[in-house]
Structures are given as C-alpha cells and as structure tokens.
Design a protein around this ligand. Sequence first.
Ligand SMILES: Nc1ncnc2c1ncn2[C@@H]1O[C@H](COP(=O)(O)OP(=O)(O)O)[C@@H](O)[C@H]1O
Ligand SMILES: [Mg+2]
Length: 242
Amino acid sequence: MAHRRPGALIVLEGPDRSGKSTQAAFLVRELRSRGLSVVHTREPGGTGFAEAIRRILLDPRHKVQPLAELLLYEAARAQHTQERLVPALKAGAVVVCERYTLATLVYQGEARGLDIPMIRRLNRVATGGLKPDLTLVLDVPDREFHRRQSRRPDRLELESRRFRRRVREGYRRLAKTEPRTALIDADRSLEAVHEEIRRRVQRLLNGNPHPDPWRRGRSPLTPCRRLIKPTALPLRGKGRTA
Ligand SMILES: Nc1ncnc2c1ncn2[C@@H]1O[C@H](COP(=O)(O)OP(=O)(O)O)[C@@H](O)[C@H]1O
Ligand SMILES: [Mg+2]
C-alpha cells in the first residue's frame, strides 16, 4: 500500500459483533506488512487504567445510570487519549482504534437518550479536540448479532433488541452526517469487508481524504494540527498531563 507519510487516526465503529476487532486485526496486519508503524488499540480501554474502567462498564452484574455510564466512558477516553493516542500520533504511527467518540454519540445519545450537545461537549473535553482522520462504521443487520455469538455476553450485549435497533439506526444516520465517516456493509464475507476497509485506508494514506464538504481541499494528514493545543485542555497548571 503506497503512502505519502504515516501518522493517522483510523477508527472502526459499529454495533456489538459487527466485526470491529476482527477487521482491526486484519487492517493492522496489512499495514504492518507494508512497513508502517501501527498502534492497535481500543475504547474503552487501551491503557491499564482505562481497561479497568472497561471491565466495570461491561460487567453484567452492574445496573448503571446512563449519566454515570457516559462519564465513565469519557473518563476512560481522557486517559486513553493522553496516554496512548497522542504519543502514538506524535511519533507518526498509524493508529487503528476500535470505537471512539462516535460510539458515545450513538450509545449514550441515540440509544440511551442523553443530550447530544452535552455528549459532544464531553467528547471534546475528553479528547482535547483530537479527531479521527477516518471513521469506518461497520453495518450489520440484527440477525448477525445472534449468529456471531462466540462467548458469554457482556452487559451491553444483554441489552434489548430495541436498544440494538437504536444503535444500528444511530450509526447509520450519523455515518451520513459526521465528518470523514463512512458506512461499510459488514454483512459480507470477512475478506470482502477487509478489502473495502483496505481500499478506503489506502485512499486516506495516499492523501485523498474521504469526500467531506467540511474539509474539502485540505489534506487529512497534518499530524501537527491534530496534536492537542494547550488551550483545549481541561486541566491547567499543576496536574497537567500534556
Ligand atoms: N463478516 C463476518 N462474517 C461472519 N462472521 C464474522 C464476520 N466478522 C466477524 N465475524 C465473527 O463475529 C464475531 C464478532 O466479531 P468481532 O470482530 O469480535 O466483533 P466486534 O469487535 O465488533 O464486537 C466473531 O466470532 C467473528 O469471528
Ligand atoms: Mg470487539
């Protein structure tokens, strides 16, 4: 896969069991085989502390208030962004991340009904404004959710069919309106889905951004503009992490 320069944040999104982890692993292998420096990570998680938050979030024993859930996702995100994403991007790596801010808009906003502008504000605070270069949303019909069961369901996989429908519809709707985001038909073979992801990532790394009226004509790969500006950080002075 030819590329002009490395350093990009690529996010895989989609409902539970849509194939994010599988496709992330394929993509990472592909990019590494081309000699790129690649970091594979996920949300919630990706650092020791954030993985501990993940375990709480996915534990089916807990009954969780939507707002408490939202704040834990954002806490994990703040940690992961500072500890993992920012250093990797500064070092020029291609980062493949399973889930990011779009998941929160969909699950906590569209599916749980929390205020979307509030979620956008918290996303901005938790990430310091770090945006993906490309978000790929894997879309699958609900029947695949039942077919693709492989292990004991986590707390979110135990949600109702209605919840899953809202998640899918939320992703399909936001994939059309969010910047640099594409919907991918993931109701196909692993190979067919991988091929489409590979093609879109290649286009990005070649310097051809996803067609996007917000940023038309600008290169998506300007690592410096993505680095967190001190003014965008919620913390100042003592205790600041970057
Ligand atoms: N395109 C596909 N067709 C059939 N099964 C798939 C496909 N993609 C993933 N799977 C299977 O579905 C299950 C969930 O996939 P996974 O990658 O873990 O999804 P996610 O990370 O989105 O929850 C796994 O057992 C995986 O092998
Ligand atoms: Mg997964």
